[in-house]
Ligand binder design. Structure first.
Ligand SMILES: [Zn+2]
Ligand SMILES: [Zn+2]
Length: 236
């Protein structure tokens, strides 16, 4: 029955490729064969802290070498290039939820070694402010965290970390303004004594959001905070 319903839904609302946005010929696939060949996860040298691309001899990116980070370690899977930007826009704002299945599968596959090494006790999606969530209809990070948690058998909580301050868009702010904008933006509703937390989000750019969230989780007793994101900015 479940399969039958899925087939009907696929006819009414055909699933599209998250990269070229064409209707998938194989409705069971998450990406079309051409894009599967062209879209590669980043495999070069990474910052030891945030995972951004760095020159071969560098240990840390320019941001992590000057700033103390609250998170222990993290990484993004793909570069946040124009095609991934377009993909995430359709996922977040134009109802292409199925793209989230592709992103979650990519994190499960290419973040496997990290998840095995970090051994998180709990997955937490970066929260949206309630008013923003209402407007968007869903939290894009929660959708990913739910699928990753299901795959690895790790519990997910979408309500322990909350966004309490409605922050301005970070896009046009510099590093210091971003930091100030996010101060006291998050709150944690429970003690997380000794837990290893893995935070999930769609994009990592300067790390100010991730850092503010990590600071808040540590204050609530978390032992370590890691992160995985679908994309990462490339100005390492
Ligand atoms: Zn495609
Ligand atoms: Zn870094």
């Amino acid at each position: 029955m479940h399969r039958f319903l899925k087939k009907c839904l696929n006819i009414l609302y055909p699933r599209c490729c998250p990269v070229c946005h064409q209707i998938l010929k194989n409705q069971e696939a998450l990406i079309c064969p051409e894009c599967a060949i062209n879209l590669k996860p980043y495999a070069g040298p990474r910052c030891m802290k945030c995972g951004k691309s760095v020159a071969a001899e560098a240990e840390y990116c320019s941001e992590c070498s000057v700033r103390k980070r609250f998170f222990t370690e993290g990484r993004g899977i793909y570069f946040y290039d124009d095609r991934m930007k377009a993909s995430l826009v359709r996922y977040k704002y134009y109802g292409r939820r199925e793209y989230g299945d592709f992103y979650a599968a990519a994190i499960c596959r290419y973040g496997k070694r990290e998840i095995e090494r970090w051994k998180p006790d709990l997955l937490i999606p970066v929260p949206l402010h309630p008013s923003k969530k209402r407007k968007r209809g869903f939290n894009q990070a929660q959708y990913l965290a739910d699928r990753i948690g299901e795959f690895y058998g790790i519990p997910v909580s979408g309500c322990i970390l909350r966004k309490k301050k409605k922050t301005k868009s970070q896009k046009k702010l510099d590093a210091r303004q971003r930091y100030r904008n996010l101060q006291n933006a998050f709150e944690v509703t429970e003690r997380l004594e000794g837990l290893r937390i893995l935070v999930i989000d769609d994009v990592y750019t300067t790390g100010s959001t991730m850092d503010a969230a990590a600071a808040c989780l540590l204050k609530a007793g978390a032992q370590r905070v890691y992160f995985l994101t679908v994309c990462m900015g490339n100005m390492g």
